[in-house]
Design a protein around this ligand. Structure first.
Ligand SMILES: Cc1cc2nc3c(=O)[nH]c(=O)nc-3n(C[C@H](O)[C@H](O)[C@H](O)COP(=O)(O)O)c2cc1C
Length: 195
């Protein structure tokens, strides 16, 4: 199997992290993977804002959780039993799961392909992270973390242009050493149609 295929099959959403920070050279490689992702029209409009400030990350994660209203898990319908999400465990009060590194991807508000550009960059970064032994999790609806006065203050302190918005966050950290690597859900049949 190619190394790329191994990484693609191995990558899982990680939501339980060690406290220690990821290495700087590893972070740089993950950012480079994001910067080399495809972008609509080759515009490279995505901004990658890295926060390793635990206080800021925790506050933003709690704002995001408070603004989220996920459909909670049931016995038969859940996100992950091994790495519970806020939809699985109502006791989780931080939608960033105490990840030591939170990268918010911003893109222009009036750009049709803002979300797609960010998603392409995020997937490159998640695969690079996995290949370097770092856990990652994609967090959608990134703007919700800034939807209160504290979040707005953070945006100003980061000098984010007002014509850009937070599309998503990418969480990074070392997976908890006591956890086994999550197993993927079985792939659903019938999703490939050929004519
Ligand atoms: C667009 C998108 C939004 C997501 N948003 C969240 C989120 O807000 N919180 C979270 O814990 N996981 C989020 N995830 C991660 C998914 O829950 C995860 O990818 C999915 O359960 C499949 O698990 P796997 O990544 O381990 O294969 C998101 C993933 C995608 C692609």
């Amino acid at each position: 199997m190619s190394e790329l295929k191994e990484t693609i099959l191995h990558r899982r959403a990680i939501r339980r992290f060690e406290e220690k920070q990821i290495d700087e050279d590893v972070l740089q490689q993950i950012l480079e993977a994001g910067m080399y992702a495809p972008s609509a029209g080759g515009r490279q409009g995505v901004l990658f804002v890295v926060s390793q400030d635990r206080v800021v990350n925790e506050k933003l994660g709690k704002i995001k959780r408070a603004n989220s209203n996920p459909q909670m898990a049931t016995a038969t319908s859940y996100v992950s039993k091994e790495q519970p999400s806020i939809a699985d465990d109502p006791n989780l009060k931080n939608a960033f799961y105490d990840a030591p590194t939170v990268i918010t991807l911003f893109a222009p508000k009036n750009f049709l392909f803002a979300a797609e550009d960010c998603a392409c960059a995020a997937e490159n970064m998640m695969l690079m992270a996995d290949s370097l032994g770092v856990g990652s999790c994609y967090i959608g609806q990134g703007w919700m973390a800034f939807a209160d006065p504290y979040g707005q203050e953070v945006l100003r302190s980061w000098n984010i242009r007002t014509d850009y918005y937070a599309v998503m966050q990418l969480l990074l950290g070392c997976p908890k050493e006591c956890d086994s690597h999550p197993t993927p859900k079985p792939r659903k049949d019938g999703r490939v149609l050929r004519f």
